[in-house]
Write a protein that binds this ligand. Sequence first.
Ligand code: PLP
Length: 409
Amino acid sequence: MSSFDPVAIRRDFPTLDQQVNGKPLVYLDNAATSQKPRAVLDVVNAYYLHDNANVHRGIHELSRRATEAYEEARAKVAGWINAADSSEVVWTRGTTEAINLVAGSWGMDNIHAGDEIVVTVLEHHSNLVPWQLLARRTGAKLRYIEIDDQGRLDLGPLPDLLNERTKLVAVSHISNSLGTVNPVREIAEAAKKVGALVLVDGAQGAVHARVDVQALGVDFYAFSGHKMCGPTGIGALWARRELLESMEPYQGGGEMIEFVERDMSTWAEVPHKFEAGTPNIAGAIGFGAAVDYLATLPADEVAAHERTLMAYAMERLGAIPGLRIYGPESVEERSAVVSFTMGDAHPHDISTILDSEGIAIRAGHHCAQLVMKRYGVSATARASFYLYNTEEEVDRLADSLEVVKGIFG
Ligand code: PLP
């Protein structure tokens, strides 16, 4: 008997309890950002109400409290991904900044002309453009893992793609545009054989379940708080301590130094040497609260619930004539995303009509233009699910899509 009740869980999320265009809101844009539980909002509010001070600076009570909460949050987030130590977690603005940090620091020192960076066609622009910029600056070359018709990585050519020139493999854990769950561990094993490092874009990966970065066998893991019940503007980069220690700072400024002389400076300990300037203290504390919240939920039952929702959505949407679903056919190979098109109906029009029914989905290229090109479309409509969504909401989506079908024929 399941103790996880999505209907009860919804009461934790104040935003979900509202009417949009005269209908109860159905929020299915979770891959863009998740809603926030009251537990997170309360913690952020309490920080500003009682403890607001800068961290690691003042020798006074409020600064002590703020610093303690900020570092405790780091330990919680480190625990969520099974980092060996909280010092292996660097706060960033989000996944995008975490990847740019690696490109700007590790990349600029370790990637040279003629080197190769392997990426995949599935990547969000956040895990593509930083590598294009780096390749342009260094004279390195990007090589691609392609996808098959179901949006799964084609690992067949991997032995040819990986060679002694490969310095980095950058791959997403879960595709935001198709929901494909990528075989990251297998890719990491192959990359290790040629001595390449592996960076995982975990923006959609750390969201639905705990991640074990040590077991994955990767070198960098980047993720965002806002997609997993936390605030916007906060995320993290994980890497092993020795690797972080070997890297130059990404930005210079306050907080990241040990001593400053006229001609040179020395750096603070890891992870602080990567955290120049006043950080997003409330955001970090809120991220810690989000992880606390997620940790209270029965992980297996949440996963089962999301899988059931996915299967049901694929079944209901798949039964609408002319609707094409992109991504893996098997629910086991995909996460909580359904991308689709409907004949000649433009995804923006689909989204607009759904909005008039109180249903929020995303339409566009999902920052994954290479995926759109692969399928010869400029955009798709995307419904993405999270733990608080229900089968009734899938029904509302499917019923409204029938209306769209009626309009566009
Ligand atoms: N990578 C993937 C797979 C994503 O889904 C996203 C956000 O949509 C990002 C990277 C970028 O995350 P952020 O905007 O939080 O930096």
